[in-house]
Design a protein around this ligand. Structure first.
Ligand code: ADP
Ligand code: MG
Length: 158
């Protein structure tokens, strides 16, 4: 599946269009959204839209200096209308993660196993080896000006 957005808001609204389908797809553990694309391509913008859709009130910032941030999804939030209830929403920036040691320290293995977790990972290609087979890959590309192309795949592109 492939989408073109013409501005920030459209990228954020895209979440609403695709998330219901994604949560219904069978999966082993966490729902993992792996975001790829160069700096400024719109990965963090998309995650902000995701947080809105989940009813997360806290502001989603670029996690570049944080690596991982967990948001609690409270009861009575719109996530119930997604058909599946998540307890935690993790926003991860894998840009500076270099390998198995780093991901172990973050307990990423445990986080990825838990069905109650929704995990969005920027620069996910850097830790592709530890991501579950049913990871959803989203490729972001600049298309000039405010245009962005977002491709959704179930397999990582080479
Ligand atoms: P990344 O996380 O991939 O580095 P960001 O989401 O942080 O990218 O930054 C995207 C930048 O591009 C933001 O400044 C945003 O306002 C701008 N922008 C312009 N058009 C779009 C669009 N169609 N989708 C997403 N962001 C856009
Ligand atoms: Mg970012």
């Amino acid at each position: 599946m492939q989408f073109i957005t013409k501005n920030t808001q459209e990228t954020q609204k895209l979440v609403g269009k695709i998330i219901k389908k994604l949560v219904k797809a069978p999966r082993q553990g966490a729902l993992v959204l792996a975001l790829q694309g160069e700096l400024g391509a719109g990965k963090t913008t998309f995650v902000q839209g995701l947080a809105q859709a989940l009813g997360v009130k806290e502001k989603v910032l670029s996690p570049t200096f944080v690596i991982m941030k967990r948001f609690t999804i409270y009861d009575l939030c719109p996530s119930t209308s997604l058909g599946v209830k998540f307890t935690n929403f993790y926003h991860i920036d894998a840009y500076r993660l270099t390998g198995a040691e780093d991901t172990k320290e973050l307990d990423l293995g445990e986080i990825l196993k838990d069905k109650n977790n929704l995990v969005a990972i920027e620069w996910a290609e850097r830790i592709a080896g530890i991501l579950p087979a049913d990871t959803i890959w989203l490729d972001f590309q600049h298309k000039g000006g405010d245009k962005r192309e977002i491709k959704l795949k179930v397999k990582k592109s080479k």
